[in-house]
Design a protein around this ligand. Structure first.
Ligand code: GLY
Length: 394
């Protein structure tokens, strides 16, 4: 007999989410809250890149030139995080590791300092809250920083969450609301309708079972566009961008080793350290475009340790607990694809690239609104999948 929340006799749902990473789970949870019947297809719900991600929620610190619409989306999601995680905890009793720590971005040499100064000016022009600190002020906040730190930016509203705990809470929340989990791979998108008026009707699983749905949502990260049966031109290629990440442990005698997220650019490479309340210290991340490869390499680990050591020399005293690599789903413009596609009956929630953890609450809310009302909220207007190729498949 199927366990609670497992696939039962249900072959049809209002909404079928393909991909049970945190984006798919968030969409499933929020949509079920709106009274729709929801199913999720994934061999291992709560998996994916979130198992590796550091969970930094840093739309202001990670601001990129020319990406103001993405900033607005990121800030909107960041502002929802405290309530989103509190609601999850209240429903499930599970802690998500959300911590309002703030973030310090520091400069190690004159070039880094000039770059951060530019970023600070850009943040100020956009009305974002960020404070310039001298090297001494940075070390007063974080005494473990290297003596050579020349200054930095303190962003009080950029926080963190523990992605693994968040994923577990989302799975539990979905189960509480009756979301049906099909623990198998999606083998094919099913389409039907008349010639010239095709629509998505559901998916066939690797087990051969067929599931039908009023709307199918593709939330399968860098595999979203690879689902057999998906007509050409509906989704652009989502490229996998590998990130290697380390997990260290701070022994109680060194606590608090760091009190907030710390990031820097070291020799052009971005590095960040995210300290958890339980003593875990996450160090990330490499950025590598080599296809669907999640090998942890000696070179990747070396570079992360070398750069982290330059920033915080004391890390060599800590236990190295875990290494891992995940794949960020990068769309052609590095912004997410949210909402209906050119194929009726098919929506997307994918392509979140570096911002999957940050954008989970806002993605869940926007997709749930669309699925419940048929209207995509204005906040998602810049992120419709139709901004790429928009022809309706025959
Ligand atoms: N958001 C951090 C990363 O993608 O490495």
């Amino acid at each position: 007999m199927p366990a609670k929340g497992e696939e039962a006799a249900v072959a049809h749902s209002d909404v079928l989410v393909v991909g049970g990473g945190i984006i798919g789970l968030g969409v499933a949870w929020r949509t079920a809250q709106r009274g729709l019947s929801v199913a999720v297809v994934d061999p291992s719900p709560g998996g994916g890149a979130v198992r590796v991600a550091a969970g930094m929620l840093a739309p202001v610190t990670e601001l990129q030139y020319g990406e103001e619409p993405l900033l607005r989306l990121g800030v909107a999601s960041n502002e929802r995080y405290a309530a989103f995680t509190a609601e999850l905890t209240e429903l499930t009793g599970l802690d998500t590791g959300y911590r309002a720590t703030g973030t310090l971005a520091v400069a190690l040499d004159a070039d880094d300092r000039a770059e951060l100064r530019e970023l600070h000016a850009f943040q100020a022009r956009l009305g974002l809250s960020s404070e310039w600190l001298t090297g001494r002020e940075c070390r007063r906040l974080e005494p473990m920083l290297a003596p050579g730190v020349r200054g930095g930016l303190h962003v009080a509203d950029d926080h963190q969450v523990d992605g693994r705990r968040l994923a577990a809470a989302l799975v539990a929340a979905c189960e509480r609301l009756g979301v049906v989990f099909h623990r198998a791979a999606a083998a094919e998108l099913l389409t039907g309708g008349h010639p010239g008026a095709a629509r998505a009707t559901g998916v066939r699983l690797s087990t051969g079972a067929e599931l039908s749905a009023g709307c199918t949502v593709l939330a399968a990260g860098p595999r979203s566009h690879l689902l057999p049966g998906l007509p050409d031109g509906v989704l652009p290629a989502i490229r996998p961008v590998k990130g290697q990440v380390l997990r260290l442990r701070v022994p109680p005698r060194y606590a608090p080793f760091l009190s907030r997220n710390v990031r820097a650019v070291v020799r052009g490479q971005h590095i960040y350290l995210v300290p958890r309340a339980d003593g875990e210290l996450v160090v990330g991340a490499t950025t590598e475009e080599q296809g669907h490869d999640t090998t942890v390499t000696a070179g990747g680990v070396y570079e992360l340790l070398r750069d982290a050591h330059e920033l915080v020399p004391g890390i060599t005293e800590l236990e190295l607990v875990e290494t891992g690599a995940g794949l960020r789903p990068g769309s052609p413009d590095n912004a997410p694809l949210l909402g209906p596609t050119a194929l009726p009956g098919l929506a997307a929630a994918t392509g979140h690239y570096r911002n999957g953890v940050l954008l989970t609450p806002v993605t869940a809310d926007l997709l749930a609104d669309y699925l419940a009302t048929g209207e995509l909220p204005a906040l998602a207007a810049d992120f419709t999948p139709r901004r790429f190729r928009t022809e309706v498949p025959a």
